[in-house]
Design a protein around this ligand. Structure first.
Ligand code: SF4
Ligand code: SF4
Length: 301
């Protein structure tokens, strides 16, 4: 049963998954709505956006190309992310569901809650993906990782069509064996060691599994989510005691880059700095982590 009595739920789920994969998703899953409603805080549950929601579909698209991981940090700062591709597929899937099954569906807004500020999303797309079984939380600030696809960007679709949920991943690929070895030797994993603002810390237990993870979101955001930096620059300029100090605050070369990125609409304004993922073996070396690896796997298959 799907909520629309004339629809075969099994066929519908397969058709929706096929649609998303055909449009470029690497991974697709259906999250258990009851679990999301239990875990997400009030105001951020799927039913807070769509009261009659019966299914939350999560899709993941590939992150950087293989070549991207070798560019210098100052170039990487412009790379932005591939999430807009995930949003496009999610938009299309919502239209696909309504068109084919005459049942309401929405693209879940990936944006911030305008009542709670820029660090609180309306919905956790990460939670949707985790419960749908297409990513597991890593020691790098809970970035989701997948054993085959590595590092992905996510988008979600809500629908009143009832689809069978998938299960969360049974095994977490993080920490990778080489990360456990490094942790045993120096007390830090690669992501923790190479984060430029040292905002990652945590512990690995005796079995080589995550025991504890700390993520200083504010430090990461100041470094990488540059909408956080813009008000700080403006506040400094407004508080300047003289013209020279005000000009220094506004026209410092680093700060001028913010104005540049804003004026060209650079995705890098909202991206990570990527250094934690650049050194992550799951993000960079998983069997299908980038287009080169995926093409090789396809030709070998
Ligand atoms: S994106 Fe950059 S600042 Fe944020 S956790 Fe990763 S390495 Fe650290
Ligand atoms: S580098 Fe990647 S796999 Fe290793 S601990 Fe960090 S997030 Fe996990």
């Amino acid at each position: 049963m799907t909520g629309n009595n004339s629809v075969d739920a099994k066929e519908a789920k397969q058709a929706i998954l096929d649609y998303c994969l055909r449009k470029g998703a690497l991974a697709v899953g259906v999250a258990d709505v009851d679990a999301l409603e239990r875990i997400a805080p009030a105001g951020h549950r799927p039913s807070d956006i769509m009261p009659k929601v019966k299914s939350v579909i999560s899709i993941g698209v590939g992150g950087q190309t293989q070549g991207a991981w070798s560019v210098p940090a100052k170039a990487m700062g412009y790379f932005g992310s591939t999430e807009s591709r995930a949003y496009t597929i999610a938009y299309g899937a919502a239209f696909f569901i309504e068109g084919r099954y005459q049942t309401p569906a929405i693209y879940c807004p990936p944006d911030m809650d305008n009542e709670k500020g820029p660090r609180v999303p309306l919905q956790s797309l990460k939670l949707h993906a985790e419960v749908a079984g297409i990513g597991a939380r890593s020691l790098a600030g809970d970035i989701l990782l997948h054993p085959d696809f590595g590092y992905m960007y996510f988008a979600s679709i809500f629908t009143e069509l009832a689809l069978a949920p998938d299960q969360p991943m049974a095994e977490n690929p993080c920490p990778a064996p080489s990360c456990v070895s490094m942790y045993r030797s120096i007390g830090r994993t690669p992501c923790q060691k190479f984060c430029p603002v040292q905002c990652l810390s945590g512990h690995i237990d005796e079995d080589g599994r995550q025991a504890e993870m700390h993520y200083d979101m504010a430090a990461c955001a100041e470094m990488s989510q540059q909408y956080e930096a813009v008000p700080a620059v403006l506040a400094k300029a407004m508080a300047a005691e003289d013209t020279q100090s005000r000009e220094d605050a506004l026209f410092d070369p680093d700060n001028k880059m913010l104005w540049y990125k804003m004026s060209v609409g650079s995705g890098g304004l909202l991206a990570q700095c990527f250094e934690c993922m650049r050194v992550c073996p799951i993000a960079t070396q998983s069997p299908l982590a980038d287009p080169i690896r995926r093409a090789k796997a396809k030709s070998e298959a």
